[in-house]
Design a protein around this ligand. Structure first.
Ligand SMILES: Nc1ncnc2c1ncn2[C@@H]1O[C@H](COP(=O)(O)OP(=O)(O)OP(=O)(O)O)[C@@H](O)[C@H]1O
Ligand SMILES: [Mg+2]
Ligand SMILES: [Zn+2]
Length: 516
């Protein structure tokens, strides 16, 4: 008898329906074949499904079984079809009844018949909602991802035998209630450093505050041990919480990549990702034969920290250019191109030269001019042009570092801690969220040039100052627009309505220092 079970495949961030057709023949040569899956996964799926059925107390039939995953031309990956295949076989043997209401079956089986946490359930639920699918049968550990979406019945399944009982009306699986997320997470207990632990570096801290407030890319240059890595890591603690729309966008990417921990639903913490320079290009940018998002997409709506920036291969750095400009990345494949969001705030850190001491007042640089040139050339004009804030982080005087922290505080008054700075950042973000309501723009840095004219109120004197700087320092048009965006953030931090000359002057400071 032929049966059809509905499931879904992922292509990019979209889930499309897949029909799992199963025929168990009463006659013919015994065998078990699956068509419509890539070669490697077929064997594995067959073994898993067969063993899981046997361990769930089912007599695996010694008959001819054919499974077809249609349409054949949609690329399918992984183990998520285990459950629909198993249910299809059972239905074809008339051992279970598939509900009349349209239902998605989805999930990986373990050999004992249990269901494993399976990636992509959030996307499955979104597709179910838009397609009018009533029921979702998914692994219990992944079910909370689906319960974020309203209007569908989510059944958390722990094992195949439990589901068999339920489909036959013998036992109960309790539907999950829709989870409402009233408040998005605000705690950053895992943050390594607090801003108050960073001694000196006042202007670097100020620049970080601006970057975090407006989502601006920032580049730090300084000698070894100056505290660049420390500053970057501390920034995780001053980021504002995600708003609801941002949270949904991040959750999509994390669901697809299996980055939502078992039992969790929405991602509520703003991403802060670090990539090492040995990370592959695909790992950073995304790609692969079955295109998956890279670190730049996992940092969407959050921060990507690239330490030792010039150590990254040049081709990788160049590949960052398009996403830094567009806030998304397109991966072209024969099956069609996939676009993943990649609107992240870049924090990059570097030494001024390979030995690190170029321009240091105390230590001598040991590099040849050629070495320095080669090193700095990696940071090409067009790439650096996309970074809004460029700062020097000089080494802090050792005397200051080893002084008693309390006396240090006393000498400079109260040192702002991360909690206080975060309040400033949150207030500036609130102004931005209000400004861009309904536009899917969340920060000043996200603005396209056309929005600048619409939203940025800049006075005549400020504009004049900006134009003079552009001429004097020969700044690019891109830099000009980025400078207005940074000025807007400084203005928002000050709680002003209009961009004033002092806002522009400060924004300029962060461009001209290392750029000339
Ligand atoms: N301004 C500072 N205040 C307090 N501690 C500091 C400061 N600067 C450096 N340190 C201490 O020095 C350590 C090294 O700093 P960090 O790793 O951030 O330097 P870096 O600039 O990233 O150096 P490198 O270029 O070698 O990577 C920190 O973990 C911290 O303990
Ligand atoms: Mg460092
Ligand atoms: Zn050097």
């Amino acid at each position: 008898m032929l049966t059809k079970v509905l499931s879904a495949a992922h292509f990019g961030l979209e889930a499309t329906p897949i029909e799992v057709e199963v025929n168990v023949f009463k006659k013919g040569f015994p065998g078990f074949s699956i068509i419509g899956l890539p070669n490697k996964s077929i064997e594995e799926a067959k073994e898993r499904v067969k063993t899981a059925l046997i361990n769930s107390g089912i007599d695996f039939p010694n008959l001819k079984i054919i499974v077809n995953l249609a349409p054949a031309d949609i690329p399918k990956e992984g183990s998520l079809y285990d459950l629909p295949i198993a249910i299809g076989i059972l239905a074809s043997m008339e051992l279970v009844k598939i509900p009349e209401e349209k239902s998605f079956f989805y999930g990986e089986l373990s050999l004992d018949g249990g269901l494993r946490h399976t990636k992509g359930v959030f996307l499955l639920a979104l597709a179910a909602k838009s397609l009018g699918i009533k029921n979702l049968f998914v692994p219990k550990d992944s079910a909370n991802e689906a319960s974020v979406i309203t209007g569908i019945n989510v059944y958390p399944v722990t094992s195949l035998s439990e589901l068999i009982g339920f489909l036959n009306g013998v036992s109960e699986i309790k539907k999950l209630n829709h989870t409402v997320h009233h408040s998005l997470s605000t705690d950053y207990e895992t943050v390594e450093f607090d801003f108050s632990e960073i001694i000196g570096q006042e202007s670097a801290k100020r620049a970080m505050t601006i970057a975090a407030a407006g989502g601006h890319n920032i580049f730090m240059m300084g000698p070894p041990g100056a505290g660049k890595t420390m500053l970057a890591r501390a920034t995780a603690g001053i980021l504002p919480p995600l708003n609801e729309e941002e949270s949904l966008e991040v959750t999509k990417i994390y669901s697809l990549t299996g980055n939502i921990p078992p039992g969790e639903g929405l991602i509520t913490q703003r991403p802060f990702r670090t990539a090492h320079h040995t990370t592959s290009r695909i790992g950073l940018i995304g790609g692969g034969s079955d295109p998956h998002p890279g670190e730049i997409s996992l940092s969407h709506n959050g921060v990507l920290f690239l330490d030792e920036f010039p150590e990254f291969p040049r081709s990788t750095l160049e590949a960052l250019r398009q996403p830094l400009e567009d806030g998304r990345v397109s991966i072209i494949r024969i099956a069609g191109s996939v676009t993943f969001p990649a609107s992240f705030m870049l924090i990059a850190a570097a030494n001024p030269c390979p030995c690190g001491y170029l321009g240091d007042p105390k230590k001598e640089c040991k590099c040849t001019p050629r070495m320095v040139m080669k090193y700095q050339a990696k940071l090409s004009g067009p790439l650096m042009d996309r970074i809004d804030l460029h700062i020097n982080v000089p080494a802090v005087d050792i005397e200051k570092l080893i002084a008693d922290p309390t006396s240090h505080k006393a000498s400079r008054g109260v040192v702002a801690n991360s909690r206080q700075i975060r309040e400033e950042v949150i207030n500036a973000r609130k102004i931005q969220n209000k400004r861009f309501k309904g536009l899917k723009i969340y920060t000043n840095a996200n603005m396209k040039n056309k929005h600048i004219g619409k939203f940025c109120d800049i006075d005549k004197e400020s504009l004049l100052l900006l134009k003079q700087a552009v001429n004097t320092y020969n700044l690019s048009a891109r830099t000009y627009f980025r400078l207005i965006k940074v000025s807007q953030t400084i203005c928002d931090l000050a709680g002003e309505k209009r961009i004033l000359p002092n806002h522009v002057a400060e924004a300029l400071q962060y461009r001209i220092r290392t750029n000339d």
